[in-house]
Ligand binder design. Structure first.
Ligand SMILES: [Zn+2]
Ligand SMILES: [Zn+2]
Length: 162
């Protein structure tokens, strides 16, 4: 049997909408965490930040402490910019490297790390949007952390606005 075209189009629109909202949510999360870190760097104490935002002390600590690039292990203080995904981070230098990996579809290195192009037959998921490679085109990979083309462009936009 063939799919009803109207229903199929509706399902496809709904899927696209959900993907947009998920990407938007990641962007909001990243912006939120970066704002908390900025508050901290500007001299706010953990207690003050926790009280002001009505979140727990531990949560503030987690947000501030967690920040190291998942691709090169650089800490927040060592890089110019660090973009957060769900439990993952990418620094501005790895972002640049990963963009090259995805554009050229081959591995690339800088002085800190090597980022690999994920092969076409994989079922691995992007660590930032959780989508499988076949849905998102080429991905850049370091260890168990991956970023897809679409998330790379979202991160590039975030870097531009920081
Ligand atoms: Zn990095
Ligand atoms: Zn992604």
């Amino acid at each position: 049997m063939t799919l009803d075209e109207t229903l199929y189009n509706e399902a496809r629109r709904a899927r696209d909408r959900l993907e947009e909202v998920q990407i938007e949510a990641e962007r909001a999360r990243s912006w939120y965490h970066e704002s908390v870190r900025r508050l901290y760097r500007a001299g706010g104490s953990l207690r003050e930040i926790a009280q002001a935002l009505q979140i727990s002390h531990q949560r503030v600590h987690q947000i501030i402490d967690d920040a190291a690039c998942s691709f090169c292990d650089a800490r927040r203080a060592e890089v110019e910019k660090l973009i957060a995904g769900p439990g993952v981070f990418i620094c501005d230098r790895c972002l640049l490297l990963a963009l090259g990996v995805v554009a050229n579809e081959q591995d690339a290195s800088n002085d800190r790390t090597t980022i690999r192009a994920v092969a076409a037959d994989t079922s691995k998921k992007c660590s930032f949007c959780r989508k499988k490679r076949w849905r998102v085109g080429w991905m850049a990979e370091h260890g168990e952390t991956r970023i897809c083309r679409r998330c790379l462009s979202v991160c590039t936009e975030i870097v531009g606005s920081l």
